[in-house]
Ligand binder design. Structure first.
Ligand code: MG
Length: 358
């Protein structure tokens, strides 16, 4: 089997309201979809959702990188995924979301060739995922109101709360949110690199009092030692790393240094499902769990992320919720998975099982 052509198409996703995190406000995302054709008539689809301040890429850089990789990829066997990653990494450093687009298309082709959904290819542990929903930064009162609506109206059981601008306001928000949702709802916090070491130790000690179970990326992405220090100072609340973990090498460093209890894997940060599986294996060997997060992705990369969570026992948490904030939840595609409140169930169709046409 050989790759014969690669086509690309830009898509723009509009959010229903601006989303505020510690370092940015996001209103829309421009992503690239690719279609990889083969000489056996099977097409695979992939997606790049670049986020400049996380992956160092823009939509234009993704378009250039796909053009750069195209001549090398044509003629290769799409099942040779390790070899394809070797080619891509040999061609250009970084550019993880562009590489992710190619990687996802390979898994889609592989699944279609075998007549199996991608989650079966990856491990097949389950076909269902319970997902969280994220609350952006606002006044603590407004955040508590939003939390209540997600639980009572939308049926969510796990909330991820953005923080990291003002530590005292963050602590007040967590108290109000806990009061609003009651004791049974699971709460996690994401500080998006917004704290220093002393803020982090103080905030986590306070968060623990209202039953926050984990805090994501307290410190700047480069501060692995600081994360290990904070982890050694606060017990009973799990430390998660996101922006620190781009690839399997970062995962090895974080696990070896005792820097985290959970790693947040994102397909766009690591270059797709192949590297994501490596990160999970490294973490598992150190007794560290994983979560799968997302960028502003269409249903294509979201289905890939959910397939990854479902397929692996060690990936215990899912934060694949960005599509819930779009004007069109389906992003113009049908298939992939179905959603009943916070439970997502993957379809048993081959590949990612999505109907996309371009
Ligand atoms: Mg995060």
């Amino acid at each position: 089997m050989k790759i014969t052509d690669i086509k690309a198409e830009k898509v723009r996703i509009e959010l229903t309201f601006p989303f505020r995190v510690a370092f940015a406000e996001i209103n829309y995302s421009e992503n690239l979809l690719i279609k990889v054709s083969t000489d056996e008539g099977i097409d695979g689809y992939g997606e790049a959702a670049p986020l400049p301040f996380v992956t160092g890429e823009t939509i234009d850089s993704v378009v250039s990188v796909i053009s750069l990789l195209r001549p090398g990829l044509i003629g290769m066997n799409p099942l040779d995924i390790e070899k394809i990653h070797e080619l891509m990494d040999g061609c250009i450093y970084g550019n993880s979301s562009a590489k992710c687009a190619v990687d996802l298309a390979m898994y889609d082709i592989c699944g279609k060739l075998m007549g199996q959904p991608v989650y079966k290819l990856l491990g097949g542990y389950s076909n269902r995922v319970q997902n969280d929903i994220t609350i952006g930064i606002d006044t603590p009162e407004a955040m508590a109101e939003e939390a209540r609506a997600h639980v009572l109206k939308d049926g969510f059981h796990i909330l991820k709360i953005k923080a990291g601008i003002h530590v005292e306001e963050d602590i007040r928000a967590m108290h109000l949110i806990r009061e609003a949702v009651g004791p049974k709802i699971r709460l996690r916090v994401d500080a998006n690199q917004g704290y220093d070491t002393s803020d982090a130790i103080y905030a986590l000690t306070e968060f623990k009092k209202v039953g926050i179970e984990a805090v994501e990326q307290c410190l700047p992405y480069w501060d692995f030692e600081g994360s290990a220090y904070v982890r050694s100072k606060v017990n009973g609340i799990r430390i998660m790393l996101d922006e620190s973990i781009h690839n399997h090498l970062d995962a090895a460093r974080a696990c070896q240094g005792g820097c985290a209890d959970i790693l947040n894997i994102k397909l766009m940060k690591c270059g797709g499902l192949f590297r994501a599986s490596q990160i999970n294996s490294i973490a598992e060997a150190f007794g560290v769990n994983c979560m799968v997060g997302c960028m502003m992705e269409t249903k294509l990369a979201t289905t890939a992320g959910i397939s990854l969570v479902a397929s692996k026992k060690n990936i215990t948490e899912a934060d694949c919720d960005s599509f819930l904030f779009y004007a069109d939840e389906q992003t113009g595609m049908s298939g992939g998975f179905t959603r009943e409140n916070d439970v997502f169930t993957l379809l048993d169709a081959p590949g990612f099982g999505l109907n996309i046409s371009f």
